[in-house]
Each structure stands twice: as C-alpha cells, then as structure tokens.
Design a protein around this ligand. Structure first.
Ligand SMILES: N=c1c2ncn([C@@H]3O[C@H](COP(=O)(O)OP(=O)(O)OP(=O)(O)O)[C@@H](O)[C@H]3O)c2ncn1[C@@H]1O[C@H](COP(=O)(O)O)[C@@H](O)[C@H]1O
Length: 111
C-alpha cells in the first residue's frame, strides 16, 4: 500500500516542475494553494455524502465511496506536496500514535 504512495510521490514531485497545460497536478500547483484547498474541501464533502449513501446502499454505493475517498486522499497528497511535505511524515505520525517508530511500522502490521 505505501509502495503506491511512494510511486505516486515521485510523480507528484515531477509535476511541481511540469507545465500546467501538460498535467492536472501541475495545473493545480500553478493555480496555487487556495485552489488545491478548494479541491480538498470539495472532495471531503463528496466523500461524506458518499458515506451516507453507502450506509444503507448497495455495492455500487460502496464502490462510489471508495472512489471518492481516493479522490480525497489524492488531493490531500497534492496539498502536502505543494507545501513541501509528503505521505511519509503522515505515515510516521500514524506509526508514532500506534506506538512504533516508522522503521518498525512493517513489523507492527504483521498479524
Ligand atoms: N490519482 C490521480 C487522480 N485522482 C483524481 N484525479 C483528478 O482529479 C479530478 C477530480 O476532480 P473532479 O471530480 O472535481 O473533476 P473535475 O470537475 O474535472 O475537476 P475541476 O475541473 O473542478 O478541477 C479529476 O480531473 C481527476 O482526473 C487525479 N489525477 C491524477 N492522479 C494521479 O496523478 C498522476 C499525475 O496526474 P497528471 O498531473 O494529470 O499527469 C496520475 O498519473 C495519477 O496517478
């Protein structure tokens, strides 16, 4: 799971230097933090609406919630990238709360 975050991170870093007309992420960086935050807010709202639908919904409602959550995570990663941060600091923080260092994180996930 964190492998895909690592790979996406590499792409997001490249997009900070890309031309806005060539890439959605580069266009977001070009528009600036306020636009990125607007997208994070939009995706958060869409995610909570999808969660309400999924509560008593069918499989397609559950899939829609997964897609909206992916949009929210993705735009949150763009926000972190815009500010010179990335998923590794967030995973380290979660690991700290879980009572392990980032280094021990994989071991802690073993059943
Ligand atoms: N994971 C994603 C991803 N998830 C969602 N999105 C985009 O996020 C947008 C979602 O916003 P909306 O649903 O509001 O759609 P929209 O109306 O088109 O958006 P706006 O015009 O309102 O900004 C869509 O345009 C999606 O295509 C993503 N765009 C890119 N990625 C990843 O980022 C990488 C780099 O993307 P580019 O910068 O486009 O090369 C890609 O290889 C992907 O791996």
């Amino acid at each position: 799971m964190s492998d895909i975050l690592d790979r996406l991170h590499v792409v997001l870093e490249e997009r900070r230097r890309a031309e806005p007309q060539d890439s959605y992420v580069a266009a977001l960086h070009h528009k600036g933090l306020n636009k990125i935050l607007e997208k994070v807010g939009e995706e958060a709202t869409e995610t909570l609406l999808a969660a309400k639908d999924a509560e008593h919904g069918d499989e397609s409602a559950r899939q829609a919630l997964i897609a909206e959550t992916a949009d929210l995570w993705f735009h949150s990663l763009v926000m972190l990238s815009h500010l010179g941060l990335d998923h590794r600091q967030v995973l380290d923080e979660l690991a700290r709360r879980f009572g392990v260092s980032g280094h021990d994180e994989k071991a802690a996930r073993q059943p």
